[in-house]
Design a protein around this ligand. Structure first.
Ligand SMILES: Nc1ncnc2c1ncn2[C@@H]1O[C@H](COP(=O)(O)OP(=O)(O)OP(=O)(O)O)[C@@H](O)[C@H]1O
Ligand SMILES: [Mg+2]
Length: 371
């Protein structure tokens, strides 16, 4: 119970930030392990980001310069393998810029390509965020085109406020013709738009893989986030655990080295340490067992083993919604026919039924489905 409580308290607001770390809950003191687990919860915008000072400063100065220049005409492309702090760095920088009185006011619109049912849905979401009105992707695209590209009298544009469009997981917006990504960046280069784009993806050479007309717009200012080295990971975890004597230094070191040797993904390191703290908490609560003083190497080893076992489960839970629905449809159709093979027609019909009857979600078109 105290772990659940700790996770809830550690979660803070929607991004988990700003709550500070509660030491007490309903008059009860959390154990140091439960408290450590809460501090290690991955957060969208952590209060501090050690080992990303250079990248943060670069993002800040690029955005500051762009906002002073009215927002339009600038774009930023951030790349790096998973868990290298790209999204968190941008959130951190935007939060800081929002408090700078000398800067013109701006609004942020954040769209994650992985969460879209199709790349074209980005138009609907962007138009909704700008105008408050819903429209189909085709209609929204026309409205945006009109809004961003219609020539305005010099020095005037429809909205006084600059727009920072954060396109996370940008590679999911790449279509066969690349028209979606081209349009977005083309709008951002128009001086009437007052919009600047921050694109984020895991692929360093995404701009090079795009057609030249798109490449020239996406690859204007690029920042690559290198995987964290083991010393960085140890410093980040140490920072989260400041003032908490819950971990043995060699436990943190082992975790940092394990993760750095495979991926440099600090999210993974936080998960391992968090689970290790939960295992220590469980051990401390066991009757008859001697309670551990610290989270040790053996807790880290056990946590890493447990997390390795759930790689498939993690991959499934992180699938975009339509892929998840298709996977479920495959299983349900297969179990209803008793055959391992599932034909496209039955799959499409089942998927369509689930989308329309249960989720009010636009189903995939036949071409998207076959893709
Ligand atoms: N330097 C850091 N200091 C503190 N926490 C960090 C740091 N870098 C990353 N994190 C934390 O690690 C987690 C993953 O970071 P983030 O989401 O920014 O990674 P990402 O590079 O965007 O990964 P992905 O490519 O998977 O989206 C977040 O919870 C973030 O708070
Ligand atoms: Mg990210």
């Amino acid at each position: 119970a105290s772990l659940t409580e700790a996770a809830r308290l550690g979660g803070g607001g929607s991004d988990g930030s700003g709550a500070g770390w509660a030491l007490h809950s309903r008059g009860r003191t959390l154990s140091k392990f439960a408290e450590a687990a809460a501090c290690l919860t991955p957060r969208a915008a952590p209060e501090r980001m050690p080992c990303r000072e250079r990248e943060r400063a670069e993002v800040l100065s690029a955005l500051r310069a762009a906002l002073v220049e009215d927002g339009s005409g600038s774009s930023l492309y951030l790349s790096g393998t998973p868990g290298t702090g790209k999204t968190a760095t941008v959130h951190h920088a935007l939060r800081e810029l929002a408090t700078e009185p000398a800067l013109p006011a701006f609004r942020t619109i954040e769209i994650n390509g992985m969460k879209l049912s199709s790349p074209q849905q980005v138009y609907t979401l962007l138009w909704e965020a700008i105008s408050g009105m819903h429209a189909s992707p085709t209609r929204a695209m026309q409205c945006l085109e009109r809004r961003f590209c219609e020539s305005q009298p010099k020095g005037k544009r429809k909205s006084k406020m600059a727009t920072v469009l954060l396109l996370d997981e940008l590679d999911y917006l790449v279509t066969r013709t690349q028209s979606v990504i081209y349009n977005l960046f083309e709008w951002a280069t128009s001086s009437a738009s007052g919009m600047l784009i921050i694109g984020i993806s895991n692929t360093m050479d995404l701009p090079e893989r795009l057609l030249p007309r798109v490449h020239s717009r996406v690859g204007i200012h690029r920042i690559n986030f290198f995987p964290y080295a083991h010393a960085d990971i140890a410093a980040i975890i140490g920072d989260r655990l400041t003032n908490l004597d819950a971990f043995n230094a060699s436990g943190i070191e082992l975790c940092a080295r394990k993760v750095a040797s495979v991926s440099g993904d600090v999210r993974r390191a936080l998960e391992v340490c968090r689970l290790a703290a939960q295992l220590a908490e469980r051990q401390a609560l066991e009757r008859g067992a001697s309670p551990p003083e610290h989270v040790t190497i053996s807790h880290i080893d056990a946590a890493a083993r447990q997390l390795r076992g759930s790689v498939v489960a993690r991959a499934v839970t992180e699938l975009p919604v339509h892929q998840l629905l298709l996977l479920t449809s495959v299983l349900l159709v297969s179990s209803s026919t008793g055959r391992a093979e599932v034909d496209t027609e039955s799959l499409s019909a089942h998927h369509r039924g689930v989308c329309l009857q249960h989720l009010c979600l636009e189903p995939l078109s036949p071409s998207e489905l076959s893709e």
